[in-house]
Design a protein around this ligand. Structure first.
Ligand SMILES: [Zn+2]
Length: 146
């Protein structure tokens, strides 16, 4: 089969189940390396007007910039725009991820833009189960739709 050239990966948010598109690429590929090489050669001729060994430093800086850009782009695309759920943060610190979701849901509640929007499909916990969980002191409820 053909290699997959699509930039995005279609999936669903693990928390609110809304459809998501996240960037496929997590770090630079061969094309980015070639692009950085081309950019550094162009910059070399722009700065020194001849071949100069300092082009290697420019090349490494270009590579670093593109890697940082691709990483940040992927990291930002992973976070759900609807509920603010961040799967990467959740694997490291579930409590911090829960706080972020709570904050995002509060913002959503205040914002009149979302008044007529489709409500989020949040995980529902029955009242008895929620009470039992809170009595056990296991975690904290971020949201509860009844
Ligand atoms: Zn979500």
């Amino acid at each position: 089969m053909f290699p997959n050239f699509r930039q995005h990966h279609n999936c669903y948010c693990a928390f609110c189940k809304s459809p998501r598109r996240i960037y496929r690429k997590r770090s630079i590929s061969l094309m980015n390396v070639l692009g950085s090489a081309l950019a550094s050669v162009v910059m070399m001729f722009a700065i020194w007007q001849q071949f100069d060994p300092r082009v290697m430093i420019v090349f490494v800086v270009c590579l670093a910039f593109s890697e940082v850009f691709v990483k940040i782009r992927w990291r930002l695309s992973v976070v759900c725009r609807a509920c603010g759920f961040d799967p990467v943060l959740y694997t490291k610190d579930p409590q911090a991820a829960a706080d972020k979701v709570r904050f995002q849901l509060d913002v959503r509640k205040q914002d009149p833009k979302y008044l007529l929007a489709k409500p989020l499909n949040l995980p529902a916990i029955p009242a008895e189960k929620a009470k039992a969980l809170q009595e056990k002191g296991k975690g904290r409820l971020v949201s509860r739709s009844i």
